[in-house]
Design a protein around this ligand. Structure first.
Ligand SMILES: NC(=O)c1ccc[n+]([C@@H]2O[C@H](COP(=O)([O-])OP(=O)(O)OC[C@H]3O[C@@H](n4cnc5c(N)ncnc54)[C@H](O)[C@@H]3O)[C@@H](O)[C@H]2O)c1
Length: 240
């Protein structure tokens, strides 16, 4: 049985990925800072979990070592832990800027580092970026910068780790109907009806639209694909 670790797997996209992989026979370990949600999701999906904050490299090291001790080599890593802060750039506090960069960019890097000694030759990583990496989204400077960093990080690791046959790719979702997006709507940061009108294919993505891309990137069908970022956005990023 292959083993996958999914950061941020307690909710949203990560939960969708964890469920999809588990349904296909993967042993899944959810790593999430929300211990209660991770426990509940793991119980619902019949998978393993361990609490850790992706901004804490020591905690991640222990979480990945524990996962490997329980399940053997970690064949795949999916990094879905992420946050955002929305507000005018001129007024954004250093604390808010750092929080987004710490979780979304540094946390992705730390998770890849923690996984590396446990990845077998031929293992695979999928990072979760965003179309924010490619668009100038007003009031989301930290998020756009962090996600552009994730795309660049993905390319670097793909080249650096190719010698061991480890593939590193990214999925870049558009707007996905998750607690992350619902919370943004509740704060008045986004209008869901307006967002649903943007992708040429129409509507918001569901988590299954993202987890399907992750599944492909982890599969043998993507054996010669590395360093790529696949947008799961209904065509929005390329629309005029
Ligand atoms: N929902 C969208 O529209 C959308 C679009 C593009 C990209 N994304 C990206 O997808 C990823 C997942 O988003 P989502 O919509 O599923 O969000 P979500 O809020 O539903 O789930 C995120 C999960 O990450 C966990 N998490 C947050 N900070 C963490 C930390 N420091 N350490 C460990 N776990 C942490 C949370 O506890 C939560 O379980 C994020 O990276 C987000 O930027 C989301």
């Amino acid at each position: 049985m292959s083993t996958a670790v999914v950061t941020g797997g307690a909710n949203g996209i990560g939960r969708g990925v964890a469920g999809r992989l588990a349904a296909q026979g993967w042993q899944v370990v959810i790593v999430d800072r929300d211990a209660a949600a991770a426990r509940a999701t793991a119980s619902a999906l019949g998978v393993d979990h361990t609490p850790a904050d992706v901004t804490d490299p020591d905690a991640l090291g222990a979480a990945f070592a524990g996962a490997a001790a329980r399940h053997g080599p970690i064949d795949a890593l999916v990094t879905s832990a992420g946050i955002t802060r929305v507000g005018a750039s001129a007024d954004q506090s250093p604390a808010d800027w750092r929080a987004v960069l710490d979780v979304d960019l540094s946390g992705t890097f730390y998770a890849c580092q923690a996984a590396y000694p446990h990845l077998p030759d031929g293992g695979a990583v999928v990072t979760v970026a965003s179309i924010a990496a490619f668009r100038g989204l007003a009031r989301r400077a930290a998020y756009c910068a962090a996600k552009a960093g994730v795309v660049a990080l993905t390319r670097c690791l793909a080249v650096e780790w190719a010698g061991r046959g480890i593939r590193v790719n990214a999925v870049a979702p558009g707007w996905v109907d998750t607690p992350f997006l619902r919370a943004a709507a509740d704060r008045g940061d986004v209008d869901l009806d307006e967002l649903a009108g943007r992708p040429p294919l129409g509507g918001l993505a569901g988590v299954e639209d993202v987890s399907g891309v992750v599944e492909f990137l982890l599969s043998a069908g993507a054996r010669f694909v590395t360093g790529q970022t696949v947008c799961a956005d209904g065509g929005w990023v390329w629309a005029g």
